[in-house]
Design a protein around this ligand. Structure first.
Ligand SMILES: [Zn+2]
Length: 272
């Protein structure tokens, strides 16, 4: 059963879009208590909250660096509600998904307490994942959303965000019906389909396939830094065994299958 503890944050404003997405984050701080304090602070001066914060996290209308999320899920499974789902929380920063920027306006943000990359990538305890799954089941049902509506911060800001990180058990979420996972996976690795420095029609095809899935990627025709970041973000979530930004046959196979499951258009053919 899902029990939610009210812990209101003043950091929100009116939402002008319907909820279409749920964005998962890790807090990336030493403790859940520190994260809750920062997410509720009306003037969270950076020095008081050391962490991987960036200027692009900050909404230009809120220059004091105010941030928030709708929910925080503690390691022991306690769920705190900070912002009413009807309002816009400030969790995504500069972001893009499915061709639209400003993801905060149309999403619910969930901060999962975890030190992340700055604190040795700790495992997510089972009690915590159980609570995340229960919360997502509740949200998806109430807003009539499909499992693919659940995405990571690194999906919508691949050039600057790593959370919820490669330790996050996306496959478990998919098994519980609150995320998606590739069905067919060819043997690990396989031949390189695209890598940094390449250019041409093949790269455009790859970029189109990642854009079809939802990533904000320009069809530059060059396997540039943004392409490498998107491929890494995809691997971090769906093929965490090797996150190198090189698109090998296995990576492309995962992408092609997900696009196929979601009816999102053709990916380039895969040859193992
Ligand atoms: Zn985040």
């Amino acid at each position: 059963m899902l029990t939610v503890i009210d812990h209101p944050s003043p950091n929100s404003d009116a939402r002008d879009r319907a909820v279409a997405l749920v964005v998962l984050h890790y807090t990336g701080m030493a403790t859940g208590k520190a994260a809750l304090a920062r997410l509720c602070d009306v003037a969270p001066i950076a020095i008081r909250y050391p962490g991987p914060w960036q200027p692009a996290d900050i909404d230009p209308n809120h220059a004091l660096g105010r941030v928030s999320a709708h929910y925080v899920v503690e390691e022991d499974g306690r769920v705190f509600r900070l912002v009413d789902e009807k309002r816009r929380a400030w969790h995504a920063g500069a972001s893009s998904w499915q061709g639209e920027e400003g993801v905060n306006a149309r999403s619910i943000g969930i901060e999962i307490v975890n030190g992340g990359h700055d604190f040795g990538l700790p495992d997510f305890p089972e009690a915590q994942i159980g609570a995340v799954v229960a919360l997502l089941q509740d949200i998806l049902t109430r807003h009539a959303l499909q499992p693919e509506a659940v995405i990571g911060h690194s999906d919508i800001a691949p050039a600057r965000k790593l959370d919820p990180g490669e330790k996050f058990p996306w496959a478990k979420l998919a098994a519980a019906g609150v995320s998606i996972w590739p069905r067919r996976v060819i043997p690990p690795g396989g031949q390189v389909v695209g890598e940094p420095g390449e250019a041409g029609a093949g790269v455009v095809q790859l970029q189109k396939a990642f854009a079809a899935f939802g990533y904000g990627i320009a069809l530059s025709g060059t396997y540039d830094a943004q392409t490498e970041a998107v491929v890494s973000a995809f691997q971090r979530r769906f093929r965490p065994a090797r996150i190198d930004g090189v698109c090998d046959a296995e990576t492309l196979d995962c992408l092609a299958d997900l696009n196929d499951q979601l009816g999102l258009g053709d990916a380039p053919p895969v040859e193992a």
